[in-house]
Design a protein around this ligand. Structure first.
Ligand code: PLP
Length: 421
C-alpha cells in the first residue's frame, strides 16, 4: 500500500504539476469543469476494481450487489433531473454514447443529418473521419451567414430533400439555444428519428435555465463532465421503445465492463445538479458568458467580433475573421497571460481548421471556481486586451490581472499534493 509518490514519482509529479496548473491558470475551455472532491473520491475508489458487465440486477459477474446500488442511483437521479423513460449511464464517453445510439437505431448506409463541424457541430455528428461519417451517409446542415444562427426553414428544406433516417441536434460550439420543438416537427414530417446531443448544455438544462430536449427527442445523449460538472463519461436517455436496443448497443454492442467508479461519480454529480447551489452556479455561468460577450463587443476596432453577437449559454466564440490575429495566435496570447481556451473555426472561416479564425471561451469551470459576474466582466476586458493590437505593451498587466483573479478564488484548497517532497 505504498503511495503514488513512492511507487511512481514521475507520474506523481505529473499529478502535482497538473494540480498546480489548474490552480494557477484560468480555465476557459468550454467543455471543461472542476469536479467536486466527492467525485474525485469516487473516481479514485475501490469501485475501479469491479467487473459488472450487464445492468443492475442482471449482471454477468458475481459480487455486484453494491455497484448495482450506485448504478441504479445514477439512473434514478438522471430520470429525476431530466425526465425520460429509460437511462443508460454506462457509456465511457460522449463519443461512445453517440456511437451506441447510431449502432442501436441505424443501419450502415442510413442517412443522418447533423450540424457541420465547422459551424459548431461535433465530430460524432457526421465528420468524415469519425465512425458517424464513415458508416452513415451524412447530409449536414449549417448556420446562416448573416446571423450565425441555425435557420430552421433551411433544416426543413434539407430534411425534405435528404429524407434522413435520423436528425441530430446538438453542438460543441454554438452560442444559442436550439428549437427542439421545431426539430421534432421536421423529424416527424420526414419520418426521421430525432437525437439531441446535449453534452454541452446539460448542466443548464438540469438547472432549468435552458429548454429540456428530453420531451421532444427519441434519444438524448450527453457527457457528464461539461456544464454538468461530473466525471468524464457519457449517458443516454431514451423513450421506452428504444430501451432494449440502446442497452444492447452499449453492452455488449460497444463496451465490456462499465466503469463503476465513474458511474458512482456520475450519481454524485447528478445528485448535486438538483441543488439550489448548482442552479445558482449555472446562472453565474450564463451571466458570465454574457458579460464576456459584452466586454468583447464593447471595445471596437482590431476586427474582433462575437459569433451571433452574443450568447444564451456558457460559451462565447470570438470571431477574428476581420482581425490580423488568427485563432491560433489568439489561443497562444491567452495562454501567455494565464487563460486556457481553444481556437475554434467560426462559420465561413477563411482560415484552415488548424489555424482558424475563432476562440471559444467558456465560463462553466470558472463559475464552479466561484467567479462572480463582475469577475467575468473583468475577464472579458482582459481577453479583449489580449486580442488587441497593443498586446505587447499590455502583456504584463493582463497577466497580473489573471493571476490576481486566480489567487482570489482558490481551487481544491484542501486537496493535498501527492509528492512526498
Ligand atoms: N458531443 C458533443 C456535443 C461534444 O461537444 C463532445 C465533446 O466535446 C462529445 C459529444 C464527445 O464527448 P467525449 O469527449 O466524452 O467523447
Amino acid at each position: 500500500e505504498r503511495p503514488l509518490a513512492d511507487v511512481d514519482p514521475e507520474i506523481a509529479a505529473v499529478l502535482d504539476d497538473e494540480l498546480g496548473r489548474q490552480r494557477q491558470t484560468l480555465e476557459m475551455i468550454a467543455s471543461e469543469n472542476f469536479v467536486p472532491r466527492a467525485v474525485l473520491e469516487c473516481q479514485g475508489s475501490v469501485l475501479t476494481n469491479k467487473y459488472a458487465e450487464g445492468y443492475p440486477g442482471k449482471r454477468y459477474y458475481g459480487g455486484c450487489e453494491f455497484v448495482d446500488r450506485s448504478e441504479q442511483l445514477a439512473i434514478d437521479r438522471a430520470k429525476g433531473l431530466f425526465g425520460g423513460d429509460h437511462v443508460n449511464v454506462q457509456p465511457h464517453s460522449g463519443a461512445q454514447a453517440n456511437a451506441a445510439v447510431y449502432h442501436a437505431l441505424l443501419e450502415p448506409g442510413d442517412r443522418i443529418m447533423g450540424l457541420r463541424l465547422d459551424h459548431g457541430g461535433h465530430l460524432t455528428h457526421g465528420m468524415r473521419l469519425n465512425v458517424s461519417g464513415r458508416l452513415y451517409d451524412v447530409a449536414p446542415y449549417g448556420v446562416q451567414e448573416e446571423t450565425g444562427l441555425i435557420d430552421m426553414s433551411e433544416v426543413a428544406r434539407i430534411a425534405r430533400e435528404a429524407r434522413p433516417r435520423m436528425i441530430v441536434a446538438g453542438w460543441s460550439a454554438y452560442p444559442r439555444q436550439l428549437d427542439f420543438a421545431r426539430f421534432r416537427e421536421i423529424a416527424d414530417e420526414v419520418g426521421a428519428l430525432l437525437m439531441v446531443d446535449m453534452a454541452h448544455f446539460a448542466g443548464l438544462v438540469a438547472a432549468g435555465l435552458h429548454p429540456n430536449p428530453v420531451p421532444h427527442a427519441d434519444v438524448v445523449t450527453t457527457t457528464i463532465h461539461k456544464t454538468l460538472g461530473g466525471p468524464r463519461g457519457g449517458m443516454i436517455i431514451c423513450r421506452e421503445r428504444h430501451a432494449r436496443t440502446v442497452d444492447t448497443a452499449v453492452f455488449p454492442g460497444q463496451q465490456g465492463g462499465p466503469l463503476e467508479h465513474a458511474i458512482a461519480g456520475k450519481a454524485v454529480a447528478l445528485r448535486l445538479a438538483a441543488s439550489t447551489e448548482f442552479r445558482e452556479r449555472q446562472q453565474r455561468t450564463i451571466a458570465g458568458a454574457r458579460a464576456i460577450a459584452a466586454a468583447l463587443l464593447h471595445a471596437r476596432g482590431d476586427g474582433v467580433g462575437v459569433w451571433s453577437g452574443g450568447t444564451d449559454v456558457h460559451l462565447v466564440v470570438a470571431d477574428l475573421r476581420d482581425s490580423a490575429l488568427d485563432g491560433r495566435q489568439a489561443e497562444d496570447r491567452l495562454h501567455e497571460i494565464g487563460i486556457t481556451a481553444n481556437r475554434n473555426a467560426v462559420p465561413f472561416d477563411p482560415r484552415p481548421p488548424m489555424v482558424s479564425s475563432g476562440v471559444r471561451i467558456g465560463t462553466a469551470a470558472l463559475a464552479t471556481r466561484g467567479l462572480q459576474e463582475r469577475d467575468f466582466a473583468e475577464l472579458g476586458a482582459v481577453v479583449r486586451g489580449a486580442l488587441g493590437s497593443d498586446f505587447d505593451e499590455r502583456r504584463e498587466e493582463l497577466r497580473e490581472r489573471c493571476a490576481s483573479i486566480a489567487a482570489r478564488y482558490p481551487l481544491y484548497a484542501t486537496l493535498a499534493a501527492t509528492a512526498a517532497a
